[in-house]
Design a protein around this ligand. Sequence first.
Ligand SMILES: Cc1ncc(COP(=O)(O)O)c(C=O)c1O
Length: 377
Amino acid sequence: MQYKRMPIEIESPESLGYDSIECNLAESSVRDVHYEDLGIDLKGLVIAYGDHVGKPALRELIANDNEGISANDVLLTVGAAGALFIIHSSLLKKEDHLVIIRPNYATNIETPRAIGCTISFIDLVFEEQYALDIEKIKSSIRPNTKLISITTPHNPTGTMLGAETLSSLSAFAKDNNCYLLVDETYSDISFQPKLPLAATMNDHVISVSSVSKAFGIPGIRLGWLITLDKELQELFLAAKEQIHICNSVVDEEICYQYLLSKQKYFPSIKQEVRSNFMILKKWISNHKYLEWVEPSGGVVCFPRFKSRTEIDIEKFYRILLADYKTYVGPGHWFEQSKSSFRLGFGWESHNAFEKGLNNIDSAIDASMAKQGLALYS
Ligand SMILES: Cc1ncc(COP(=O)(O)O)c(C=O)c1O
């Protein structure tokens, strides 16, 4: 494995220090919750090794949230990131080929890259509304294609696949004897009907998710993968056991108690996301310099500067952070031009969010290039 740190992690808000950011629009999740607000009781918990597959009652709870699976199909992991690493490292060899949509959550690309696999990227295009063209995937398949990797709702664009596309892609993966990995980490926040759990489509589809993005508890590092294929499940368990044996029982217990009473917290989280989304929509709809593809789910979108905007883009990001303490995720986090940036609308309270958007406007004004310098067209 050839590991390399990813810009999205090197420049993440937590690496930068939350103290240096007042309006955090770079974040890809809802606001973190405080432990004491959850009323969680850890008394009686034995700090032992946990069940290697994951706390049975928690797996049951996750399975009950979806039709067509049982707790046996669920393997708990250290965040969705842990699930992705288990899947990539156990399925892929250097000689394998993958088809991956881009942009994407960086790990979905970097781990196969670190293994040394050959990758065909399916680039999502602004002018095509960042829609996934399944024909492009089909025509990229090779005899040694092991995995097709997609994310829905998508990070960083917030676009979503239709149920029919998902179903047809699942059938295509099975027919071609490769796996379809569906990163569904944002699936609990959809502005359109929630898609069925991808792993229920057939035994060649693997779903990945976690409690990090929609529930505000990323710090407990709890995610999962779901597959109906028993042999694959056994392989993934072997990988998990070699990496870290089991999950933290403390994390599992917190996650379990949170999900048991999720109806107490989740409706207001969704409400806040929705109302920030409406503020954002109003702000960007008639924006002089920015345009977007409206997201259909999740808590992020990927706006870009209009082609004739004469802006010094480096100055824009610099001023936005240094003078306005406002942070967004520049395009290079996703191997894209810096003329696009990820803007998260789930993290900040309404006031801070509105202020952050105003700060973007001020930073744009302060960064307009002088002499017809259309840097990003
Ligand atoms: C699409 C996607 N998948 C997975 C992850 C990793 O999440 P977790 O905190 O559950 O490891 C992220 C985090 O940003 C993400 O955006």
